[in-house]
Design a protein around this ligand. Structure first.
Ligand code: ADP
Ligand code: MG
Length: 739
């Protein structure tokens, strides 16, 4: 069966050559029970490792079943080991966290057997070594003798022709040792069993051959009993481990050491939590900085599209209907001025700021009160946590407020334009934090909207006066004493003309706002001085009103009382907004996202901050990955023995990589699912963590999936590196380093 001719084994260690054994000649048959003895360091283990293909040899020839092995590659030896060899070690080399049954089963699974096919066989063998009572006990709970019996069961279950045992009784008391030797002897009947021991008395009576080694040489080789009929050599059959069993082992390994599971769980949990938080808060600061920077547009919602017609004419109702038919269109607000024009309402010291919208734009029901029934009634939509809303409902509901006269954009006087009554209140949660936070909405009738339209337009308009071919800026005021088409100006204006003649000269007013522009052609009918001011304008206080231009009231109102030709379309899905814009453009409409009009006030500075933020975020994420990678490597270091054992039992590089990556995959998935559940609970208020809740608003399915993919990739990368490192060394070296 086995024949060694002048075989030598050398160790090369940092330039020094040491001899393991020298010029060994040996022939062993099936059915033999060989005892190898000798003092420590005489080369017994080295010889055994060479015989079992765990270690290479440098000189001579070893024949297996008549075949030369000196030219064998690592792969050939792997194949040889799987067909012929089962090892038993002094330190048992079992998986402590597996049960007796699982330890025996492991070698079969690794060699491609089906789980359900081997049950009976395993139970038979466990019975043979007398451990039936302990079959579901974890190996860590067994005594030394019991452990070695498990190792024997594992060695014989694969039915290899050769069993090698290196000091199998070295760690056992004499009673257990005898038991173990007896079991081995029984097994030896139709196999070749080679046992190394330095306690020859224990084994003498059973052995068929005794070999004595000294200083790397065989000094005695005594055949005690000759084997007459050498039993047939039956190569052990093996296959690659099935995918199902790889998953089975991966899953088993995930949970069998609780502390390792929890450590990995924590690492995966915190790395995903940290990366998602970092990314989410980055997104949040990005989005926040995009709000509040536009003076022209009060509502900078991501789902708002500004539309107008190329010829600046007003939209017809049919056109609005057509736009509403687009699938992503949620609703249209026809008059943009009411979205962007702010108004303030006040009563005593309570005031609300916001914008007015037609009642038809109110969505959902009011929380308190009712819907308006006449033109003076309104619904107030306000944040739940608005300063004035808390505990002060009785001062607000059904109370009359006055709409404040405006003094330009977002500035109000104490004068009242109109009185209205709040008959209903709708509140909304604080989740829209990124939208201008204290803004309210006032839902009013069409009539109030029309009444207030000119005030709005005025707030948003600028006027330039063309006088004597020069553009100038003066305040224009309506005055009922002035005739239509005329303008009355300060007498001082005449000095702009060479001849000081100003009467009947033309004066043009250019009015423009973001919604429309308008030109008013007037004629200067008169000039005012201190003495005629009152007679001409009907007003007192000449000193306060100098340099103003007075025009006819209805001329004045006509300039402002115009609906805006610009409307807004709100889409349902802001991710699809570009598609909707394209559809609108195909209809011949100018369409633009409102967020494109954000003014980045801080300009370059903001850009630099953004770049720094991106870089810092990326560095943080890389550092996080690196740290967790190291931690996982450290945790895995404790798994070296396990995977070395797998390797000695027949697992290939690919098997080890796959089984480990399955284990890490399951562990990280559980961790990640837990994190997602946690986020879900935070989002739904089950767990009260407002900062996390806010950040999670900025994380979508895309981010969650991406993070998961990254976790899977980390698992794969780590298992790859781990397996590479494990297989860089010979199995026996890794094993010796660890034990
Ligand atoms: P035994 O098992 O009989 O105690 P070994 O086979 O372990 O002896 O060792 C035989 C000789 O080989 C010893 O001199 C030992 O120092 C040497 N040896 C064993 N393993 C190595 C190794 N990995 N590197 C260098 N020398 C080694
Ligand atoms: Mg030894």
């Amino acid at each position: 069966m086995l024949k060694l001719e002048n075989v030598s084994k050398f160790y090369y260690n940092k330039g020094i050559i040491a001899s393991g054994f020298t010029k060994v000649n040996l022939e062993l048959k099936m059915g033999e029970f060989v005892a190898i003895t000798g003092e420590s360091g005489s080369g017994k283990s080295t010889l055994l490792n060479v015989i079992s293909g765990l270690d290479s040899y440098e000189e001579g020839e070893m024949y297996v079943n008549g075949k030369e092995t000196s030219h064998y590659s690592e792969k050939d030896f792997e194949d040889y080991r799987r067909k012929y060899i089962a090892n038993i070690f002094q330190s048992f080399n079992l998986i402590n966290s597996y049960t007796v049954y699982q330890n025996v089963e492991l070698v079969l699974l690794l060699n491609g057997y089906k789980k359900k096919d081997v049950k009976k066989k395993i139970l038979d063998i466990i019975d043979k070594v007398g451990l039936t009572k302990f079959k579901n006990t974890k190996v860590s709970k067994l005594s030394g003798g019991q452990k070695q019996r498990v190792a024997i069961a594992r060695a014989i279950v694969k039915e290899t022709p050769i069993i090698v045992a290196d000091e199998p009784t070295g760690n056992l008391d004499s009673e257990s040792a005898t038991e173990v030797i007896e079991i081995l002897k029984k097994v030896a009947k139709d196999r070749l069993v080679i046992v190394v021991t330095h306690n020859i008395e224990q084994i003498e009576q059973y052995a068929t051959r005794i070999i004595k080694m000294h200083d790397g040489r065989i000094i005695q080789n005594t055949e005690i009993k000759t084997i007459e009929n050498e039993p047939q050599i039956v190569e052990s059959k093996y296959n690659n481990i099935s995918t199902a069993n790889k998953y089975r082992l991966g899953a088993r390994n995930t949970f069998n050491i609780a502390s390792k599971f929890l450590l990995l769980f924590a690492v995966f949990f915190f790395i995903s939590a940290a990366v998602l938080t970092e990314y989410g808060s980055f997104q949040m600061s990005e989005k926040k900085s995009r709000y509040g920077y536009s003076i022209a547009f009060r509502d900078l919602s991501e789902n708002r599209i500004l539309i107008n017609k190329k010829d600046r004419s007003y939209f017809t109702q049919e056109e609005y209907e057509k736009i509403k038919e687009l699938s992503n269109v949620d609703y249209i607000i026809e008059d943009d001025i009411f979205i962007d024009g702010g108004i303030a309402i006040a009563r005593n010291e309570i005031s609300f700021y916001g914008n007015m919208l037609g009642l038809e734009n109110l969505r959902g029901n009011v929380d308190i009160g009712r819907l308006p029934e006449n033109d003076d009634e309104i619904v107030l939509r306000v944040r739940k946590d608005h300063f004035y809303i808390k505990n002060r409902l009785n001062e607000i509901l059904n109370k009359t407020f006055s709409i404040q006269k405006s003094q330009g954009i977002n500035a109000w006087t104490n004068e009242s334009v109109k009185d209205i009554t709040i008959v209903g209140i709708q509140t909304y949660g604080d989740e829209d934090d990124t939208v201008i936070s204290s803004d309210c909405k006032f839902y009013v009738s069409k009539n109030i909207l029309n009444e207030l339209r000119s005030q709005m337009n005025k707030n948003y308009s600028s006027m330039e006066i063309l006088l004597n071919n020069k553009y100038q800026q003066y305040t224009v005021e309506p005055n009922s004493n002035v005739k239509k088409g005329n303008a009355i100006v300060d007498d001082e204006f005449k000095y702009q003309f060479k001849d000081y003649k100003i009467k009947n000269k033309p004066l043009k007013i250019y009015l423009s706002n973001i919604y429309y522009s308008e030109t008013l052609n007037l004629k200067i009918s008169n000039t005012y001085t201190k003495s005629n001011f009152r007679a001409l304008t009907g007003k007192n206080k000449y000193e306060n009103n100098r340099y103003k231009i007075y025009i006819n009231t209805s001329d004045y109102n006509k300039m402002f009382n115009k609906p805006s030709y610009q409307s807004s379309v709100y889409v349902k899905d802001e991710e699809e907004i570009d598609g909707t814009i394209l559809e609108l453009e195909n209809m011949g409409i100018n369409a633009k996202k409102v967020i494109d009009f954000r003014v980045d006030e801080s300009g370059e500075y903001e850009q630099i901050i953004k770049i720094i933020k991106v870089v810092v975020t990326i560095i943080l994420i890389i550092v996080l990955f690196f740290i967790s990678y190291l931690i996982i490597r450290i945790i895995l270091k404790s798994r070296n023995i396990y995977y070395t054992t797998l390797r000695m039992l027949g697992a290939t590089f690919k098997n080890v990589r796959k089984i480990l990556s399955i284990e890490l995959f399951i562990n990280s998935s559980i961790s990640y699912i837990t994190l997602l559940l946690f986020i879900y609970c935070v989002k739904n208020g089950v767990i009260n963590l407002s900062y996390i809740a806010k950040i999670s608003e900025f994380l979508g399915a895309k981010e969650y999936v991406l993070m998961y993919i990254v976790l899977i990739l980390i698992s794969k990368l780590i298992s790859m590196k781990f397996a590479k490192k494990l297989f860089k060394n010979t199995a026996i070296n890794t094993y010796n380093e660890e034990v």
